[in-house]
Ligand binder design. Structure first.
Ligand SMILES: [Zn+2]
Length: 285
């Protein structure tokens, strides 16, 4: 019955969307999210679920032990966001746990070779079985404490929940580079983690311009560098303007003010100028 009611609600959303779609694209978001949710519930209806106050974790029954730890960690992550950011989640967050790289790739229709430990998409979080990226550095059976520690500090929960938080707050009112910058900064603050490799060392690589980051983020060949620049630029803004100002900026995005306008009003200059100022300081420092 509950599912039927949700299908009816979804179809009503579609009707409303079709009616208003010529007027505002923001109508699309709840329709897409609700549709995505219904399809995933249908796709994975034979899997098991763990329900907690803030999350619903769906997983293949053979991953019951991993799922117990992950559900616990996810609930704690939501709680951490609630206390740090005053975030009230609208409804429990759906999380799907995939047994291997192939099944996660199939869910998103990725090319062979593409992989991730976590994905945020349309209001839900998709996780790869952590054993796939831990590479046998810990065994959940033999050393559950170590397994949990590695998952906590190296797992993708903070990163993906940061994407979810920003999306729920602003209804997607930001460019791609910005949500990746914010998610990396949340990880950095909560866990001390930074994505640093030889490939994204700004001293030895020609940096991307703001224009390129803004327009072509996912298509830039050196993704590690694109992510690193976004993160360092965002961190610089937090350091120089303070987090309260960033939070105010997010509230402006939540009101629907276009990203570039909100930036200019909040930080007193166009975003390109802020970016160039950060880059010049970084390269000369
Ligand atoms: Zn991300």
């Amino acid at each position: 019955m509950k599912t039927t009611a949700r299908w009816i609600r979804f179809l009503l959303w579609v009707a409303v969307f079709l009616f208003f779609s010529r007027q505002s694209i923001s109508w699309a978001q709840p329709v897409i999210y609700e549709g995505n949710q219904l399809l995933d519930e249908f796709r994975f209806h034979q899997w098991a679920t763990i329900r907690k106050p803030s999350i619903i974790l769906t997983y293949p029954p053979k991953l019951a032990e991993q799922a117990t730890v992950i559900a616990d960690e996810a609930e704690k992550t939501v709680h951490d966001f609630q206390t740090s950011w005053g975030w009230q989640i609208e409804q429990p967050v759906h999380i799907y746990l995939f047994p291997d790289r192939a099944s996660l790739r199939e869910r998103f229709g990725w090319e062979p070779g593409v992989s991730a430990s976590g994905v945020y998409y349309a209001g839900a979080i998709y996780l790869l079985n952590p054993d796939c990226w831990m590479n046998q550095t810990a065994s959940l059976k033999e050393n559950p404490w170590k397994w949990r520690q590695i998952f906590h500090f190296q797992g993708p929960l903070y990163h993906e929940f940061a994407h979810l938080y920003l999306d729920q707050l602003t209804r997607g009112n930001y460019p791609r580079w910005y949500t990746e910058a914010f998610a990396q900064w949340v990880e950095y603050r909560a866990l001390g983690y930074e994505w640093k490799t030889k490939a994204n060392d700004l001293r030895t690589h020609q940096s991307y311009s703001y224009r390129n980051l803004d327009r072509l983020f996912d298509r830039l060949p050196n993704q590690a560098l694109a992510y690193r620049e976004s993160f360092l630029f965002f961190r610089y803004m937090v350091q120089t303007k303070g987090f309260k100002r960033i939070d105010h900026f997010h509230r402006m995005l939540a009101e629907g003010i276009p990203f570039a306008d909100a930036w200019r009003q909040c930080f007193g200059r166009p975003v390109e100028q802020s970016f160039d100022q950060w880059l010049n300081q970084t390269l000369s420092g």
